[in-house]
Design a protein around this ligand. Structure first.
Ligand SMILES: Nc1ncnc2c1ncn2[C@@H]1O[C@H](COP(=O)(O)OP(=O)(O)O)[C@@H](O)[C@H]1O
Ligand code: SF4
Ligand SMILES: [Mg+2]
Length: 335
């Protein structure tokens, strides 16, 4: 901790979500198992990892759609993880979420005006003020305000995601958790939505927790990136460092799957294929949970869980690995 650093906007510490097992005596699902990170005002933290590693659960706890099993979520210094609905009200408007599938997250029976105005009405706006604001928001996200009385199914996927973004912005949030906001969209539309989110961030000073399952999507947008594996953060740091010199074998494997823009480099790109599927979060392997898939694993990896720590003094990047380093253990990781 740096005594002179400003207080982060969001500070998550040792956050856990253990869902009850499917049967009465089965082990709980450790969807999120001790996650810590900060998000500063106006910055973007990318949160990446394979499907099922706990990204959505983390995002949903932060906006309090889910109550954490344990840990703290400090927003502007106040722990909001245990607040009641009523106590949460003044904070709720600052923390909003954009969902992966725009159409299924919009009520099909409500007009777009109503969808966007809903949070405003819930916070005491008059009908006419909410409608005026909805028109402004549509304009802000690149939709035609005259279309406000249409229904969500009349819009394309990309337009529907703009509606979801407009709704998230209705209450002037400071932090938006964007849960794979472009994963369900056509590739041609993805860049437009990413551009829109970047523009809105600059204009409105928003902070984003930008969730994605691979590192290519967040490469442009994020300032820092956190890589999750089986409910934990295994590497976190400045984007430039993590992309240029990933230190965790899992980050190296994820990065090796990202195509390179330079055709010559792309032809010789070394791909690290991960062995097998991720283990179940109901029965995580002992020690380092990545050890059954790691080509660098030693005996200690099977018994001792590595904790997140700085790779080098002075570097603001942390890695949870007993043998962190630049060596891309490609040949030993199968493929
Ligand atoms: N409501 C729930 N009840 C039980 N298990 C859940 C629930 N929600 C998510 N999970 C499990 O928690 C793990 C993490 O899920 P999720 O956070 O959705 O991962 P991601 O978003 O990274 O794909 C998965 O194994 C998933 O099956
Ligand atoms: S702790 Fe061991 S098993 Fe885990 S990632 Fe590092 S080298 Fe691999
Ligand atoms: Mg998810």
């Amino acid at each position: 901790m740096n005594g002179t650093a400003p207080q982060p906007l969001l500070s998550v510490r040792d956050l856990r979500m253990h869902f009850p097992g499917r049967r009465a005596r089965s082990a709980p699902v450790r969807a999120v198992d001790g996650v810590s990170f900060d998000v500063a005002a106006g910055e973007t933290l990318g949160l990446v990892g394979e499907s099922g590693c706990g990204k959505s659960t983390t995002g949903r706890m932060i906006v309090r759609l889910l109550e954490p099993t344990s840990g703290t979520i400090a927003y502007e210094g106040q722990d909001i993880s245990r607040l009641s609905r009523r106590e949460l009200r003044p904070v709720r408007k600052d923390l909003q979420m954009v969902f992966q599938d725009p159409h299924s997250s919009l009520n099909p029976r409500q007009t777009v005006a109503r969808v966007i105005a809903d949070p405003l009405l819930a916070h005491g706006s008059s009908e006419s003020a909410a409608r005026t604001r909805a028109a402004e928001l549509m304009d802000l996200v690149g939709l035609i305000p005259e279309h406000m009385d249409r229904y969500p199914h009349e819009f394309s996927g990309g337009q529907a995601q703009r509606i979801g973004i407009a709704r998230a912005l209705a209450l002037d949030p400071k932090l938006v958790v964007a849960d794979e906001p472009v994963s369900a969209l056509d590739v041609s539309v993805q860049a437009q939505i990413v551009n829109l989110m970047e523009r809105l961030q600059k204009e409105l000073g928003l902070a984003y927790l930008f969730i994605a399952h691979d590192l290519s999507v967040v490469k442009r947008v994020c300032d820092r990136v956190a890589v999750m594996y089986l409910g934990r953060v295994v590497e976190i740091g400045a984007k430039e460092r993590v992309y240029a010199a990933p230190a965790h074998p899992y980050t190296q494997a994820l990065l090796s799957a990202v195509p390179l823009p330079d055709p010559a480099a792309e032809r010789t790109r070394e791909r690290i294929t991960l062995l097998g599927d991720p283990p179940s979060p109901a029965a995580p392997p002992p020690g380092c949970a990545f050890h059954p898939r790691c080509g660098r694993a030693q005996a200690v990896c099977r018994t001792e869980a590595p904790v997140l720590r700085a790779v080098a003094t002075g570097e603001r990047r942390e890695v949870a690995c007993h043998f962190p380093g630049a060596e891309p253990a490609a040949s030993r990781m199968g493929g």
